[in-house]
Design a protein around this ligand. Structure first.
Ligand SMILES: [Zn+2]
Length: 215
């Protein structure tokens, strides 16, 4: 793989990824806008590079890996900008990786019934063999026709039926608020997490599932 061949159009995007670590450079741009700008830069530079390569006589087919590499590199560079709580790039001071976990505080709790299944055993396993083919009609010079079978393929399928137990399970769900704070500017963000505790379990019966696997 030629690094320059795939890498050259990504130079502006990678440069932006490096500059992003200095909070002052893109300070006016919030995460969503900066992500959009990086996307546009990636598309424009990939397009210009592709047009140049075609101008030099490179076949279109070779451009597909360039687009895949460009997509991967752009996703990697933009990843600190993806919406999450807490955000990798501070929403206020624009520093990256400065949101620190502070504490986890109990918020509220509730009870909920959930359906669950448990695998019990395999009931049956059948093997099925068959052929597939395309039937092609040919026409001779004198107008008569004949048929041939093309692309004949042998298939083997394993059909498995399994038994499952069904339950209704009552859970107590405790919801916690996790707090984060930026070590540079003190910006606060939070998310929620849940802890499940089983309280009750009712047996509802069984069911079977059949899967077909081509081998
Ligand atoms: Zn901050």
């Amino acid at each position: 793989m030629l690094l320059w061949f795939y890498g050259t159009p990504m130079i502006p995007v990678l440069l932006m990824g490096v500059l992003m670590h200095n909070p002052k450079i893109f300070y006016p741009l919030n995460n969503k806008v900066l992500e959009g700008v990086i996307g546009v830069v990636a598309i424009v530079s990939t397009y210009i590079w592709a047009a140049m390569l075609v101008g030099w006589g490179i076949m279109w087919l070779f451009l597909l890996p360039i687009i895949i590499v460009a997509f991967g590199a752009t996703t990697f560079v933009s990843s600190p900008l993806f919406p999450s709580a807490p955000c990798a790039r501070c929403l206020k001071c624009r520093n990256i990786e400065t949101m620190n976990f502070v504490d986890s505080v109990y918020d509220h709790e509730y009870e909920t019934w959930l359906r669950e299944t448990e695998y019990v055993k395999k009931i049956s396993e059948k093997k099925r063999k068959f052929q597939t083919w395309n039937e092609v009609t040919w026409r001779r010079g004198d107008g008569s026709t004949y048929r041939t079978s093309e692309n004949v393929q042998n298939h083997t399928q394993i059909i498995t039926t399994s038994l499952y137990d069904d339950y209704k399970v009552l859970y107590n769900v405790k919801v916690y608020q996790n707090n984060y704070s930026c070590v540079v500017c003190g910006q606060h963000e939070h998310n929620f997490s849940e802890k499940y505790k089983e309280l009750d379990r009712k047996y509802m019966g069984t069911h079977t599932e059949t899967t077909t696997e081509e081998v």
